[in-house]
Design a protein around this ligand. Structure first.
Ligand code: S3P
Length: 184
């Protein structure tokens, strides 16, 4: 669905991973970092480090909007003019592409890769994890389906490359990303 893409591909060597919670962005990002020998950054971890508390605490004490502001601020700090020019692998929080200004930033940061996963796969990965406030509900599966419906079009629109991850190993997903990035 290239006709709905919002942008042309960045010429930087950096890769920005987007996708739903539990789609494997951090694991695939670490693998890409290892394979390509470039540093790995996880936006959620950096925001937690700067705030000195967990994302769940930020949501609880300051609200989701404060977290979204912190996300946009942090992404802005990764722009080459602020950080320098070396390539990086960035794993983003699942809500990052929802803001247009974030989509503008990530397209400038590098090749945007959407890791796609089915609701069932996501549920299996997150069901015993309480660190994601948006999925702490009585019926997480229902919430996953609802949020995916709202978000999948936005993820696709923001992405240069879309990769199906169901049933695949991190190693193979990383290899596929490297191969497909070379081809664009
Ligand atoms: C969120 C995803 C989380 C984290 C926060 C909100 C979202 O990151 O940023 O809980 O809105 O999808 P992961 O995608 O790394 O779980």
């Amino acid at each position: 669905m290239t006709e709905n893409k919002e942008h042309t591909v960045s010429d930087s060597g950096s890769i920005v991973l987007i996708g739903f919670m539990g789609s494997g962005k951090s694991s695939v990002g670490r693998r890409l970092s290892y394979r390509l020998k470039i540093p790995f950054i996880d936006t959620d971890s950096e925001i937690e480090r700067t705030a000195g508390c967990t994302i769940a605490q930020i949501f609880k004490e300051r609200g989701e909007e404060a977290f979204r502001e912190a996300e946009t601020d942090y992404l802005g700090s990764l722009m080459p003019e602020k950080r320098g020019k070396g390539s990086i692998i960035i794993s983003t929080g699942g809500g990052v592409p929802l803001r247009k200004e974030n989509r503008t930033i990530i397209k400038k940061l590098g090749t945007v890769v959407y890791l796609k996963a089915s609701p069932e796969t996501i549920y299996e990965r997150i069901k015993d994890d309480t660190s994601r406030p948006l999925l702490n509900t009585d019926d997480p599966m229902k919430k996953i389906r609802m949020m995916m419906q709202e978000r999948s079009g936005i993820y696709s629109m923001a992405a240069d490359i879309e990769v199906d991850t169901d049933g695949k190993l991190c190693r193979d997903i990383a290899d596929e990303i490297i191969r497909r990035k070379k081809a664009i």
